[in-house]
Design a protein around this ligand. Sequence first.
Ligand code: PSU
Ligand code: MN
Length: 304
Amino acid sequence: MYQQYLEIHPEVQEALAAGKAVVALESTIISHGMPYPQNIETARRVEEIVREHGAIPATIGILHGKLKVGLTDEELEYMGKGKDILKVSRRDLPFVVAKQLNGATTVASTMIIAALAGIKVFVTGGIGGVHRDAQETFDISADLTELANTNVAVVCAGAKSILDIGLTLEYLETHGVPVIGYQTEEFPAFYTRRSGFQTDYRVDSPEELAKALKAKWDLNLKGGMVIGNPIPEAFEMDYDTIHHAIADALKEAQETGIKGKETTPFLLSKIKALTGGKSLESNIQLVSNNAKVGAQLAVELAKL
Ligand code: PSU
Ligand code: MN
């Protein structure tokens, strides 16, 4: 039934049919997470890195209601430039499809579409999570419930401290989502390598990660896995700089009444302005670093 809504790029289709390594990439980071033209440059670079490490990239997005798995260069450009691109999470999917609209996919909806296409590894920058004042706002990203339900591994640089990282990890634990530190014991905090929170397991190689995923899914333990891959030291931000910027951005969001799906994009662009663009540079570097690990993982998984 769902095939009628999917449009898989021929190169991706071929790779999947042959059991080769494929890596899914999201588009909210392109349309709502970074400014033009760095968004498109980054998206292209990330695809290249995935190829350099032996996998086929499949950037996911929605165009005229079609769930696209693998975008052409023009489509990628449109994702980065178009003014009519909605931010689409799980709850938005049916309407964007039925009304034939354009949409950028979040971690949650990218996981859903990747799973429909048969892709098991997905690379992004950071996952959504439990927001800092969630006790009051109930703002908990649908990314977390998706991780509990959909069989896709997510390679990320952790979660930003615009979120409550501790509560995010508690939520994932409750829902049985393994949280892995890639070559680290600590869950990374996106712009910085350290967050002060431990992960459940440290894993040092893509083979080891692939084996754990295979075991999880062989055992019918549904859901994903969060693989926290810290930003390379050279591109890490100064702890105080980023923490002040985040505090200021959060204050402004509260004062101006920013809510719901606008929150994450608002905070990201404020932080970029407050750090004089440094946060954007870190963001680009950490996604590239994740693309490498994700591709290596997909290659190992394809061997099992
Ligand atoms: N974190 C980033 N950049 C992003 C996002 C998160 O560093 O662009 C996006 C992802 O697509 C993520 C979404 O799935 O924000 C979470 O949004 P929300 O909190 O509204 O669920
Ligand atoms: Mn939210």
